[in-house]
Design a protein around this ligand. Structure first.
Ligand code: COS
Length: 385
C-alpha cells in the first residue's frame, strides 16, 4: 500500500459495507427507535438494540473485530459511520468490551464469552471510568480486597459505562494495591449476573444506553482475571491504543457524511440569484471541510497502519489521530449545519443527528486534553532519550 491510498479491494469492501448498512442495519435502528420513543414517554431510559448487534454478528462484522488489523477496523468503522452511526457504535462497543478478553483472557474465558460476543448475542462493556476517575484513569478507586484464598471482593462504583447496566459481561478495572497508582490496577471479567453487581441507566446525550455500576462485595477469583494482578492498567491502555485511531475513523465517517450532505445541498439550493455553491464564501468553506476531513482520514489510516506494523510510537500516533479527527468532525458537522440553515436543526435531519453524535467522541476513550498530554509526553520523552 502506498501512503495512503487504499487498494481497489479495500475500496470495494467499504462500498459493500455502506450498502449493507443502508439495507440491513438502518431499518433495525428505525424499528428500535419507535420502541425507544414509547419507553422514553413512559419515563424509561434507552435499551441496548440487541437485534442490531445480532445483525452485526450475522453479517460477520463482529468477527472482524477480532480477526482484522487496526486499519481494517478503521475502514469498517468509517464505512458504517457514514451510513448508520448506531451500527458503528454497537460494533465498537463489542470490540472495546471484548478486546481485553480476546487479548488477555484465559482459554476458558475466551471459549465461553467470545463466540456469543462475535454472534452479537452477548453484549460486552468496558468499565474503566468512575465518578472520581475519568481522565485520570490511574486514580480509579473500585476496591478489589482479598477474600481469603478464594480471590477478591469488588466494592465501589463505575460510571458512564456504555451498555451498562444491560451488558452481559464487563471488563472491570479495580484497585488491588492501594496507593500504587497505575501499578496497582487489575482487570477482571465480571459476568453481569454476579451477586452484588447492580446498575442504573443514565440519561445522556447518546443514542445508546450508558449507565452506572455498583459493586457490593462482588466475588471474583483468579479464573476471572484478565492478565496478571496489578497489570490491569496495561490491559486498559493497550485496548485504548487499538481503539483510539478507530474512534478517529468513526469521526471521519461522520465528517464525510456531513460533507456529502453539504455538497448536495449547496449545489442544489437557490439563493441570491444562483446556487449556494456559487457564493465563494460557501464554496471555500466546503473546500475547507473536505481538506480537513481528508487530513484527518490520512492521520487515522497512518496511526492504524503503524499499529498493524507494531511500530514503537503507536500511543502518540493513536492520540494524534483521535484528537485531530474528532475535533475536525466537530468543525465539519458544525459548518455543515451552518450551511444548511434551519432545516439542519429539525429533529430527524441527518445533521441534527450528527450534531448530537459528534460531541461525545471528543470526550470518551480519552478526552482531547488527554490525547494532547499523551502526544506531549511522547515528544518530550523522545527529546530526553
Ligand atoms: N500504552 C501502553 N502503556 C501505557 C500507555 C499506552 N498508551 N499509557 C501509559 N502506559 C503505561 C506506562 O508505560 C506506565 O507503565 P509502567 O508503570 O510499567 O511504567 C503506566 O501505564 C502508567 O503510565 P503513566 O504514568 O503515563 O500514566 P498516567 O497516570 O500519567 O495516565 C493517561 C496516563 C492520562 C494517558 C491515562 O490515564 C489515560 O489514558 N486516561 C484517559 C482514560 C480514558 O481514555 N478513559 C476513557 C475510558 S473508555 S470510554
Amino acid at each position: 500500500m502506498t501512503a495512503f491510498s487504499l487498494n481497489p479491494e479495500q475500496i470495494a469492501r467499504c462500498a459493500r459495507l455502506r450498502e449493507l448498512a443502508a439495507e440491513r442495519l438502518r431499518p433495525l435502528v428505525a424499528a428500535h427507535a419507535a420502541g425507544e420513543q414509547a419507553a422514553h414517554a413512559a419515563g424509561e431510559q434507552g435499551r441496548v438494540n440487541r437485534p442490531l448487534t445480532e445483525a452485526l454478528g450475522e453479517l460477520g462484522l463482529l468477527e472482524g473485530l477480532f480477526t482484522s488489523g487496526a486499519l481494517d477496523l478503521c475502514l469498517m468503522r468509517e464505512s458504517l459511520a457514514r451510513v448508520c452511526t448506531e451500527a458503528e457504535t454497537a460494533l465498537a462497543l463489542q470490540g472495546l468490551g471484548a478486546h481485553p478478553v480476546h487479548a488477555y483472557g484465559s482459554m476458558e474465558q475466551r471459549e465461553h464469552w467470545l463466540p456469543p460476543t462475535r454472534a452479537g448475542r452477548a453484549i460486552a462493556a468496558f468499565a474503566l471510568s468512575e465518578p472520581g476517575a475519568g481522565s485520570d484513569a490511574a486514580a480509579l478507586a473500585l476496591r478489589a480486597e482479598p477474600d481469603g484464598s478464594a480471590g477478591w471482593r469488588l466494592t465501589g462504583e463505575k460510571s458512564w459505562i456504555s451498555n451498562a447496566p444491560e451488558a452481559d459481561f464487563y471488563t472491570v478495572f479495580a484497585r488491588t494495591s492501594p496507593d500504587a497508582g497505575a501499578r496497582g490496577v487489575t482487570a477482571f471479567l465480571v459476568p453481569a449476573d454476579r451477586a452484588g453487581l447492580t446498575g442504573a441507566p443514565l440519561d445522556m446525550l447518546s443514542p445508546h444506553p450508558i449507565g452506572t455500576l455498583a459493586f457490593d462485595g462482588v466475588r471474583v477469583s483468579a479464573a476471572d482475571l484478565l492478565g496478571d494482578v496489578n497489570h490491569g492498567f496495561r490491559v486498559a491502555m493497550t485496548t485504548l491504543n487499538r481503539f483510539r485511531p478507530s474512534v478517529g475513523a468513526f469521526a471521519v465517517g461522520m465528517a464525510q457524511a456531513a460533507l456529502d450532505a453539504t455538497l448536495a445541498h449547496t449545489a442544489d439550493r437557490d439563493a441570491f440569484g444562483g446556487k449556494l455553491k456559487d457564493l465563494q464564501g460557501v464554496s471555500h468553506q466546503v473546500a475547507e471541510m473536505a481538506t480537513r476531513t481528508e487530513a484527518a482520514r490520512l492521520l487515522v489510516y497512518a496511526a492504524a497502519a503503524a499499529y498493524d506494523r507494531d511500530e514503537p510510537d503507536i500511543a502518540g500516533r493513536a492520540a494524534m489521530a483521535k484528537l485531530f479527527a474528532t475535533e475536525t468532525a466537530q468543525f465539519v458537522v458544525d459548518t455543515a449545519v451552518q450551511l444548511h440553515g434551519a432545516r439542519a436543526l429539525q429533529r430527524g435531519h441527518l445533521l441534527e443527528h450528527l450534531y448530537r453524535e459528534v460531541r461525545a467522541p471528543r470526550i470518551y476513550e480519552g478526552a482531547s486534553e488527554v490525547q494532547r498530554a499523551v502526544i506531549a509526553k511522547e515528544l518530550y520523552g523522545k527529546e530526553s532519550s
